[in-house]
Ligand binder design. Sequence first.
Ligand code: BGC
Length: 737
Amino acid sequence: MNQNPPPAPRPAYQNPALPAEERVADLLARMTQAEKIGQLGQVAMFSFAERREEYLAGARAGQWGSRILAESAWAGNNPEPALDPAQLNEVQRAAVEESRLGIPLLYGRDVIYGHRTVLPIPHTYAASFNPDLVEQALGDVAAEAAADGVRWTFSPMVDLVRDPRWGRVIESCGEDPFLTSQMAVAAVRGFQGDDPAAPGRLLACAKHFAGYGGAEGGRDYDTTGWSENTLHNMILPPFAAAARAGVASMMAGFHDLGGTPSSASQDLIRGWLKDGLGWNGFVVSDWGSIYDLIGHGVAQDEREAARLGLAAGLDLEMTAGFYERNIGALLDAGTLPEAWLDDAVRRLLRAKFRAGLFDRPYTDPALARTLHCHPDHLARARELASQSVVLLKNQGGLLPLAPTLKKVAVLGPYAEARREHLGSWCLNGRPEEVTTVLDGLRAAAPGIAFTTANAAFSDALIDTARQAELTLLCVGESHLRNGENKSIAELALPPGQEELIAACGRLGLPLVVIDFSGRYLPSPAAEAHAQAIVHAGSLGTEAGAALARVLLGEVSPSGKLPMTIPRCTGQIPIYYNRKLPAKIAPTCATYRGYEDERLTPLYRFGFGLSYSTFRLANLGLSSGTMPPDGTVQFSATLTNTGPRRAAEVVQLYIRDSVASTTRPERELKGFQRIELGPGESARVSFSIAADQLRFYTANRRWELEPGEFRLALGTDSAAPFTHTLTVTGTPEHNAKT
Ligand code: BGC
């Protein structure tokens, strides 16, 4: 009789009923050294069609742990082929069904702020001061990308930026650690949801750890030199917030910080992030940033670079193959402890279990059709875009456009632009699906004749403006002039646009300048000639439809600047949460500042106008003193005193009057976006707890120092300090690591 042997019992790591940590431990114990090292590598699989067999063989051999779904290191600005779920499933099948242990590959892609539906870029959506909406909209994006087979995104970027010449400012939420942290948490929740294993969710990645936004001179990849005080008080908090929110991964940057490339920083990665915070996610290098350790001059060769990377705590190497080729020899020579290899593999496997990859490794190729550009996604993208528009100037209430207007000219390089609205991290958005400004306006206000002319400066363009009652001049800098590896030396609109604005302005007819730059640029011509200035930014797929809502008054603008706008390049760095050293403090009458420019910015952080007006009154603090474990309420009544329904962002600022180190002039500690009808009021209340008052003190750790804190509530960063809160206790008792 033919007796089949009983089926081998299923290994514990394949049992979905067991806790992830148990599955990780079981799998790790079964792995050979080569299989472990394989997990530490990420491959791009360039030219897949030609090298298919080689890649399938690698997947079967467990040669890589992850694949980046990009065709170049600058995928955002280069045309990328569409994702092919069938091909992704084929490679995954080789890993899952044909490799010894069946460990799935983790597919990562730069789904930064959009997939087929493209949202505003982060620098633009930061102005919404609406993390809840950002979370929901990024949830839509996650669902669209997951439908294409993506399981991990290299987002959010949480770098703090003080120099807008840096092209990557457009990926950031600006200059403030609190706003950046709120948006980081929103993004992590949006991508990962409560459970990243659920269909439609992605693992997130906070980047670029840490301090990349300080590139000297605004030149990408340049050296950074944040002080320890600034690093801990300003740069690291958004990463800590992302870690607390459960972000699955972080990415180390390309740059060096104070002499140590961040991809080799044992102090920051293994020390601060992993041991210090107790965060159990994994760290990926940036594209070739371990290879770059040779270029930085801290590694002699690829073996040394690989050693520095793993020693620092970089768990996964993006693309260069240095780990693959060298970690085995380093371990055999005893140069690296096995425990570090195991720690890295454990972190990567944990993420794969968290993503549900072992239990649901494949993607349904039919899913994308039902989800891409789903009407709900587009509606949320439109809402977020509408809330991200910042009204900077509105003389005589020129906006919203009066319903009595008959003929309005829509001119300039952005009047009919499409691709430009998708920003510089656009891998899957389609220009033909973008609503142009002109189309958006025509659809929303059929009673007004919107005329246009070729975008190039010409007599015909000026003539079109002359024949209209009002001109909407759509200017800006495109995705070709910002983003990675694209910085500018002069913070100004691209050549010719200042002249275009001035030429339209000299006609003496009403002029609205709308700036679609991904960053906030000063425009002397707009200041001089336009009655109204709107910063639209990069608004995504729904650009034209969202902007039409704002221009026509269907919604009132409510965006607030996430970054200070300087008057000129020479003022950089200029940011609201600056230190006020003794000779610069307002009490010092002899301070002269610049001889050729004012000290104040053109527009301050947190600023943005509305079509309505608001009053903040009856400010009250529940108690003037607070013990170290206490909480106080700081409240005010917000009234919409204008004629329209509108939203206002109430902002809470504090100032630590006397401390063991110099402290910022003011710091944002809370904000609430509140929508009110005409004449309506609402009581707005902020809880202030000790945690919000802690900082990295002279003792080089986070502490609450007792003493006096000044408090301000307002609608931008000029809000006056009106109340004083005294924190009692002794510093020793309040220490927090
Ligand atoms: C960028 C990262 C990006 C990575 C993968 C790098 O050049 O710095 O932000 O996630 O490429 O595309």
